[in-house]
Design a binder for this molecule. Structure first.
Ligand SMILES: [Zn+2]
Length: 353
């Protein structure tokens, strides 16, 4: 196992003046250096800024120009300034490079620190995201590196509606988003019947889960949806979007996972990737808005531990509440999975009953 950790201290300019602060990245890096800094299998790599021509792989020219003038159409969540736009280009550059490092064979795992833009579309900034690092990574691999099948798994608490909009018609990208029920959380999209469109019908999977779903139920979803789909689709690599906003302490979401739960997700992705795509995983770790900044950093580390298989000790900085059982909401989750299989059975042999 060889992993690239794409990080530049310049990413601290991604500070939107609300829950998304620039210091999250430095906090994480301090912890990373402390715990994993001497691990010879991990290499920190400084990503470049994406150029406008590269951004055009996924975004419209007009949109790139508008962002260049710092004119935001989502000013409350996604204000634009020179520093923020530079940092957004840095994330996009990191996403593109992460894909290239994996196809070069130098690494089988890559982590984009601060990445995982979910809500931005080809021509619109939204929900803290400006340029789609995930979209650019995938488009570049498909157009310039001959990659024909990519699986994107998003386990962040929010539905990745922007990624859905970018790839919902493209059967080369199987996009699975597991998230808090959009009736109860931004972006209000990502319902179970959103399964893709046109040629991409059946290649988008949305699994909305009730608030306070915890890791037993998440594990059930991964084993009943993600693993069989990955085995049948046979992607060339797996991209994942995760982070810390599924942690029970998060300020803006209401899911119920612990650090061990976040690591469990990474473990399942690693083992599945070993089985279907020679272990190749690109992990975008960037979410997390807990008041306790240590939780955010530890969540990102938990994800890295799971995806790489490197053993580290994870101590919760905040005591786990008694009412948070490991399999909270499992019964409801089982019903949701049955429903999802009903929608998807037409497209996937693994779901034919
Ligand atoms: Zn999120």
């Amino acid at each position: 196992m060889k992993a690239a950790v794409l990080y530049s201290e310049k990413i601290k300019e991604y500070d939107l003046g609300h829950v998304l602060t620039g210091e999250r990245y430095e906090n994480f890096m301090r912890l990373f250096e402390d715990i994993l800094g001497t691990n010879p299998d991990l290499e920190i790599i400084e990503p470049p800024y994406a150029t406008d021509a590269e951004l055009e792989l996924v975004h419209t020219e007009e949109y790139i120009k508008r962002v260049g003038r710092y004119e935001s159409k989502d000013p409350h969540d996604t204000p634009l300034s020179p520093g923020v736009v530079r940092a957004a280009k840095l994330l996009a550059g990191a996403g593109k490079l992460a894909g290239e490092l994996i196809v070069s064979g130098r690494f089988d795992k890559a982590f984009v620190i601060g990445g995982g833009v979910q809500h931005a579309t080809r021509d619109h900034e939204r929900g803290f995201g400006i340029f789609s690092d995930v979209g650019l990574c995938a488009e570049n691999l498909m157009r310039n590196h001959g990659i024909k099948r990519i699986l994107i798994l998003d386990t962040d608490a929010h539905a990745s509606d922007g990624i859905y909009r970018i790839f919902s018609q493209d059967p080369r990208v199987l996009h699975i988003s597991i998230h808090q029920d959009p009736h109860t959380l931004y972006p209000g999209k990502g319902f179970i019947d959103e399964i893709g469109e046109g040629d991409g019908e059946g290649y988008s999977v949305n699994i909305p889960l009730p608030p306070w779903t915890s890791e037993g139920a998440y594990e059930y979803v991964l084993r009943s949806i993600f693993v069989p789909l990955a085995e049948e689709f046979e992607p060339k690599l797996i991209m994942m979007i995760d982070g810390s906003d599924i942690h029970f302490t998060d300020r803006i979401t209401q899911m119920g996972l612990t650090l061990e739960g976040i690591k469990m997700i990474g473990n399942i992705v690693r083992k599945t990737a070993e089985e279907v795509c020679e272990g190749k995983v690109i992990d975008f770790v960037g979410s997390g808005y807990s008041r306790d900044s240590m939780v955010v950093a530890l969540g990102w580390l938990a994800s890295i531990a799971g995806v790489t298989g490197i053993e580290i000790e994870l101590q919760e900085p905040v005591p786990i509440p008694d009412e948070l059982e490991k399999d909270l909401r499992l019964k409801e989750t089982e019903k949701i999975i049955e429903l999802a299989k009903g929608y998807l059975g037409k497209y996937w042999k693994c779901f034919v009953t």
